[in-house]
Design a protein around this ligand. Structure first.
Ligand code: HPA
Length: 273
């Protein structure tokens, strides 16, 4: 079997040696949010291509490196560039990043992403703390022989998005200029944006925001018992809400426009974790 405990451990041991220490918090940076990778002090940067058994990022706007350093007094590792199903990876391969982060010794994982707002009470530039997700297509990253060292064969998803971290993020939102909601993230395989009819269906089924990432990482975190916070930046209204086509330029533009307050908000969360 390819995906053994030792497979992930080789990558983690390599990184621990390069970093010269263990991170306390891991953060995965979404589309247009990569500038957070400039935040760690005394940074050590390792390109993904140098890490044994790791994946290589192909998505536009994703740098493809691990950045280790200090943010808000905490040792943090940033994944600047993530891996998506639409790039051609199997769901099973998408277990690699979070399992490697787990073996680095992190105590909490923060996932960030760009998403389309399905809930019409949300606006571009708003944030959604993910309370839960819906993924009705495709396989699980935990499919195949179970790696017992990470977690059990069958595992609960009822509190995958750690309630205490969600409460912390909502509390800290009060001191931020951002509008922060809590809602349900719908996984869309991409790379096409959704059709207006799909968005109406997603809304009827309980989705508040839609995006092409995060759930494989959330499933992997839940399996290995890693406390998780996931934050979506509403970069656009979802398909059909406004009478205009969706473009990746709009997604990146909105993400860039809230870079300042979003970075401050995430730093505040890290300081309080
Ligand atoms: N749909 C899917 N993924 C996205 C969107 C969207 O509208 N915006 C940013 N990522």
């Amino acid at each position: 079997m390819k995906y053994t405990y030792e497979f992930y451990k080789e990558a983690a041991d390599f990184l621990l040696e390069r970093f010269g220490g263990a991170p306390e918090v891991g953060i995965v940076l979404g589309s247009g949010l990569g500038h957070f990778a400039g935040e760690p002090e005394d940074a050590v940067t390792v390109p993904y291509g140098e890490i044994p058994n790791f994946l290589v990022s192909t998505a536009v706007g994703h740098a493809g490196e691990m950045v280790f350093g200090t943010v808000a007094g905490r040792r943090v590792v940033c994944m600047s560039g993530r891996f998506h199903y639409y790039e051609g990876y199997d769901f099973e391969e998408l277990s690699i990043p979070v399992r490697v982060l787990k073996l680095l010794g992190i105590r909490a994982l923060i996932l960030t992403n760009a998403a389309g707002a399905v809930n019409t009470a949300y606006k571009p530039g708003d944030i959604m703390v993910i309370a839960d997700h819906i993924k009705l297509m495709g396989a699980s990253p935990m499919r195949g022989p179970n790696v017992d060292a990470f977690g059990p064969r069958f595992f609960d998803m009822g509190s995958a998005y750690t309630p205490a971290l969600r409460a912390l993020a909502l509390e800290l939102a009060k001191g931020s200029s951002l509008t922060v909601h809590e809602g349900v993230y719908w996984f869309s395989p991409g790379p096409q944006y959704e059709t207006p009819a799909e968005i109406r269906a997603i809304r009827a089924l309980g989705g508040d925001a839609v995006g092409m990432s995060t759930v494989t990482e959330a499933l992997t975190a839940a399996h290995c018992g890693l406390p998780l916070l996931a934050l979506s930046v509403m970069t656009n209204m979802a398909a059909g809400v406004l009478p205009k086509p969706l473009t990746s330029e709009e997604v990146i533009e909105t993400a860039n426009a809230i870079e300042g307050p979003f970075t401050a908000y995430v730093k505040d969360i890290i300081a309080h974790i």
